[in-house]
Every structure is written in structure tokens, then in C-alpha cells.
Write a protein that binds this ligand. Structure first.
Ligand SMILES: [Cu+2]
Length: 599
């Protein structure tokens, strides 16, 4: 006879031992049956899946059935796990990683695989990007990665082949340092946030090309218009609407893909499965947040707890204490928390478009939960978010519409009066953007926005992390001033789902050539209305403050809509590297360049 589920908290452990991966049955299936998601397996988190440490690893990439939604789908897994095993390396050692492609013959996920070690300094032929670093790993074959570990911190690894990252091929990477760390804690938990879809990712990409707005059906209504007219006057409200129309989007287009398509996961578990990280009262916990999503920005907080941010992208920062942080795809943040006064706290990560969330729990024992907050209201993009001069509504709106419709370079003289002020950075747009059918917008007044918490996080009553608050805990490791400057514009066309640098898709672009040993400045201007986390392989991106000084070492630099940010790069890694937006479908659509570092 079966016991009622409430008396069987460890029921998941007795499920038939099929090759289901971590977190799945306790996600979709059990929830669908209305069972309580109190699995002791879940309570142990990723530690109960696989932690591999040392210097020699064998990783086998295959397909495993998962079920996060009630439907069983094929995921791409490493050693049968999703996320892939937590790899624990030690700075100063040399790691050997044998990666075998065991995908089945008719896998929808392709016949060639790869693993890229995100944010890791290594020789170019160990970087794992098919076509640039090596040929990829074909079915039945293996590739031997071997490199010296020259850094420490929280990183991750993922496939760089077709859409396998979306299908589950991602895992956490923790490197223990040689030197003592500048902070203390009693135990650490990896918190890896990802987005899962039951769709074949290639089909999702095809849908984006056909219907880029599929997941953004919040059209504004007549009621909204009247409310706007009340606030800004009818003429301005109508003009603003015209502008949005000309830009082929609405102020609610915040993400290309969201919870209408995705199920968000924490360490490979759904919110219902409630991943739980344990603590003993009085302990300090180090949480290693990793955003391994393909397309999702998460806003993370733990109601009732302050988070002291101690590292960004694996690199120490001067500690800064916040209530909330936004984590772009591919970024990592390490925070220290000191849970006290409650037995359970909710780890809450809502997507930046406020369509869904993933949550888990920090608790003194398995099976506890704290209240899960509601989603914040859905924010609206404003003219300022587009880097548009924010003058009187109508005038600025007409101006915006004109750019959007014609897609030509900005004539500075055409700016509405009052838009300019001292210190304005009037961008000179690359000639390749002019008359380009793949460019639907150009920014006229971009700023760094380093002090802007971001859309949906302003004035929310919480203390929210910004890039401006993050300062590396070390001086500029290079020390030289940049010898030259390269400016690149992030460009796109919303409706065509076309994404590029300077209006030129990857397939048509020339490599960006760096001279071995040089220190240069890269300036990025985001001419689109979406955020783009930009990742340079093989070398650090040393983000500058508004005065052009070294501020923050990163491997992935978030670029909000309409922003202009600069960073220094030391071209100290010979060879061919990838440089791209880390939103998977933006990269696939063409927002990628080859970087060649040559003698
Ligand atoms: Cu992008």
C-alpha cells in the first residue's frame, strides 16, 4: 500500500533507477501529481549529483531524458548530469580533461560537441570553440584538454556547439586559490541559474527568426494610452506611441525569450523541487551565483538577508553589501550571507522581464521553506533606456522615429534642442550601419550607466548592485595606458531577429586583429534596445570608470540598451578567439567576431 506523499518525503529516492538526471522527477512530474517537493535529494543540492575534483577528469557528453514540465525530453548532459558535474580545480596545478562525445546517432543536438571553459586563461587550442580553437569533438571521439590553472574563483563551462548549451550542457567550475582569500566563510554553495525549454532549441531559434515578438504579447492598450495622455499630454503620448511603432517594438519588449517558453532552474531543479542549501545557525555562507542561462537575466535576492558581494566573474572585489543583484547571462558573483533568526530563507531570482522566477531555499534542514515573494511589476522601457535624448516628449519621439525608420547615421545637428549638455558623448556611428537593413535603431546619447541598477530595479526600495559599486580588489594588473582604441557598436533589428557588431553579421565580418602584448581600449556602444552580455575569450576585460581608469576585471561585460562602456584588454594570448554576445541566439544570429592576437 502506498503512503500518502506527505509521509514519504524521500519518495523521489525510490523512483525507478532509470537514467533520469538530477532534479527532474522532483521537478515537473511530482509537481504535476501535486506532491510536496520535499526530497532529501533536492536538499543536498549539487553536492549530491557530482563533484569532481583533482587534476584528471573524464567527461562524457551524452543525451539523457529529463522532465521539468511533465514531459520527458532529451537533454545534453555530462556524465549523465544536468548541470554537468561541479569541477573543483586548484590554482597552480595542470588539469587534464578528456572529453568524449557519446551523443546517440540520431540526436537532435548535433553530431559534434565541445566544451568551453568560460573565463579561463588558457592556450587558444584549449578554448573549445569549434572552427576557431579546434575542429570540435565528433561522435565517438575524444579530445584531451590540458592546461595550467593560472587563476582562482567561481567560473563555469559549457558547450560551444550548436544549441547544446540551451539543452543542458553547462556546469559549475570552482578553482581553489593558492593564497588565502580576503574573506572568510564556513561553507559554500554553488547556485547555478539556467533556463530550460522543452522545445528543440534549433526550433526555438527558427521561431525567433520568424516571430521575434512571440514571447512579448503585452501590447499596450487604449487604457494605457489614456493613462499616458493624462500624465504627459495627448500629443506627447501619441508621439511616443508612434516612436515605439517606428522602432518596431513596444515598451514591454524586454527579453526575446522568457517564462512563456522557459522553465527556470536552480542547480538543475525547478522551483517546485526547491533546491535547498543547508546552513547551521551562526554560519557564514558563500554563495557562488552562476548564470548559465542561454537568454535570461536574473534579479537575485534573499528576502531577510543582506548579500556581501566579494567577487565578480571569479575576481575579488572590494566587498559591497546589497539587497539585490542583477546577473547577466554568463556572469558569476560570489556573495557572503549570514543567515540568522530564521530557519529558512528564500533564494529568489526573477527574470528581468518579470515573466517568471526560480527559487530555492537556504535552510537549517531539508524540507523547510520561507515565503516566496511575488514577481515585481513589469517595467516599461523609457526613452532614456534607449539612450535617446529625453527632451520634451513629442520632439524627442519624432527624432527617435526618424532614426529608427531610416537607420542612418546620426547627424548631430539634428538633435532636438535641450538634448545636449556638457560631457555628452555623441557617438559616431560606423559607416556600415548606414542604410543597413539589419540595423533598426541607433543611439544618439549613450552613457556608461555604470551607476544605473537597470530597468525594473530603479527605486524599488532595495539596495541594488551596480557595476559602479564594483571595484576590483587589486590595481590595474597591466598598468599601461591603452595604446589605441577600438570602438564597436552592438547592432540589431528586432523584427528580423538580426544581431551583429557594426551591422555586420559574424559570417561576413573580418577578424578584429590585436597585436601580441599590446594594451588597448575597447569601446562598446549599444545601438539596440536589448541588453547584451559581451564576452571576450582568452583575455580579461578590464572595465573602466567614467574617467577612463581601471575599475573592474570581468570576463563578461553587460551592455544595457543605449549604453556606452569601455574596457582595457591586454592582448597577451596568442591565437584565434571568439568575441560575442552571450545570449545564445544573438550569437547564433551573428553578434560575434573573431579576434586574432598576432605577433
Ligand atoms: Cu545580445
Amino acid at each position: 500500500m502506498r503512503n500518502p506523499p506527505s509521509q514519504q518525503p524521500d519518495r523521489a529516492l525510490r523512483l525507478p533507477r532509470r537514467r533520469f538526471v538530477q532534479g527532474l522527477a522532483s521537478g515537473g512530474v511530482l509537481t504535476a501529481l501535486g506532491l510536496l517537493p520535499q526530497t532529501s535529494r533536492g536538499a543536498q543540492g549539487p553536492a549530491s549529483s557530482q563533484v569532481l575534483s583533482g587534476t584528471d577528469f573524464h567527461l562524457t557528453i551524452g543525451e539523457s531524458p529529463v522532465n521539468f514540465t511533465g514531459r520527458t525530453r532529451p537533454a545534453v548532459t555530462v556524465n549523465g548530469a544536468l548541470p554537468a558535474p561541479l569541477l573543483r580545480w586548484r590554482e597552480g596545478t595542470t588539469v587534464n580533461l578528456r572529453v568524449t562525445n557519446a551523443l546517440p546517432a540520431r540526436s537532435v543536438h548535433g553530431h559534434q560537441v565541445s566544451i568551453h571553459w568560460h573565463g579561463i586563461l588558457l592556450p587558444a587550442n584549449m578554448d573549445g570553440v569549434p572552427g576557431l580553437s579546434f575542429d570540435g569533438i565528433h561522435r565517438g571521439e575524444s579530445y584531451q584538454y590540458r592546461f595550467a590553472v593560472r587563476q582562482a574563483g567561481t567560473y563555469w563551462y559549457h558547450s560551444h556547439s550548436s544549441f547544446q548549451e540551451q539543452a543542458g550542457l553547462y556546469g559549475p567550475l570552482v578553482i581553489d586559490p593558492v593564497e588565502p582569500e580576503p574573506f572568510s566563510y564556513d561553507r559554500d554553495h554553488v547556485v547555478m541559474l539556467t533556463d530550460w525549454t522543452d522545445l528543440d532549441p534549433a526550433a526555438l531559434f527558427a521561431r525567433l527568426k520568424k516571430m521575434a515578438g512571440h514571447d512579448n504579447y503585452y501590447r499596450r492598450t487604449l487604457g494605457d494610452l489614456l493613462r499616458d495622455a493624462d500624465e504627459m499630454g495627448l500629443k506627447a503620448a501619441l508621439a511616443e506611441r508612434r516612436m515605439w511603432g517606428a522602432m518596431r517594438m513596444t515598451p514591454t519588449d524586454l527579453s526575446d525569450v522568457n517564462a512563456h517558453t522557459y522553465t527556470y532552474l536552480m542547480n538543475g531543479m525547478t522551483a517546485a523541487a526547491n533546491w535547498t542549501g543547508l546552513f547551521r545557525p551562526g554560519e557564514k555562507l558563500r554563495l557562488r551565483f552562476i548564470n548559465g542561462s542561454s537568454m535570461t537575466y536574473f534579479d537575485v535576492r534573499i528576502p531577510g538577508l543582506k548579500m556581501m558581494v566579494v567577487a565578480a566573474d571569479g575576481q575579488y572585489v572590494h566587498p559591497v553589501t546589497v539587497d539585490e543583484l542583477r546577473i547577466a547571462a554568463a556572469e558569476t558573483f560570489d556573495v557572503i550571507v549570514a543567515p540568522t533568526g530564521q530557519e529558512a530563507f528564500t533564494l529568489f531570482a526573477q527574470d528581468s522581464a518579470r515573466t517568471g522566477y526560480i527559487s530555492g531555499t537556504l535552510a537549517t534542514r531539508a524540507g523547510l521553506m520561507a515565503p516566496v515573494p511575488p514577481l515585481d511589476p513589469r517595467p516599461l522601457l523609457t526613452m532614456a533606456d534607449m539612450g535617446m535624448a529625453h527632451g520634451a516628449g513629442a520632439e524627442a519621439a519624432d527624432h527617435g522615429a526618424q532614426h529608427a525608420g531610416e537607420g542612418h547615421a546620426v547627424d548631430a545637428g539634428a538633435h532636438p534642442a535641450g538634448a545636449g549638455h556638457a560631457g555628452d558623448m555623441r557617438p559616431v556611428h560606423p559607416a556600415s550601419e548606414r542604410g543597413n537593413p539589419l540595423v533598426d535603431h541607433q543611439v544618439s546619447n549613450p552613457t556608461s550607466r555604470l551607476d544605473d541598477p537597470g530597468l525594473g530595479l530603479r527605486d524599488n526600495g532595495r539596495h541594488v548592485l551596480t557595476y559602479g559599486m564594483l571595484h576590483s580588489a587589486f590595481e590595474d594588473p597591466d598598468g599601461r595606458d591603452p595604446g589605441r582604441e577600438v570602438e564597436l557598436h552592438l547592432t540589431g533589428h528586432m523584427e528580423k531577429f538580426a544581431w551583429s557588431f557594426n551591422g555586420i553579421k559574424f559570417g561576413h565580418s573580418e577578424p578584429l586583429r590585436l597585436n601580441y602584448g599590446e594594451r588597448l581600449r575597447i569601446v562598446l556602444v549599444n545601438d539596440t534596445m536589448m541588453t547584451h552580455p559581451i564576452h571576450l575569450h582568452g583575455m580579461w576585460s578590464d572595465v573602466e570608470d567614467d574617467a577612463g581608469n581601471f575599475q573592474l576585471r570581468k570576463h563578461t561585460v553587460d551592455m544595457p540598451p543605449g549604453s556606452r562602456r569601455s574596457y582595457r584588454v591586454r592582448a597577451d594570448a596568442l591565437g584565434t578567439w571568439a568575441y560575442h554576445c552571450h545570449l545564445l541566439y544573438h550569437m547564433e544570429a551573428g553578434m560575434m567576431r573573431t579576434v586574432k592576437v598576432e605577433e
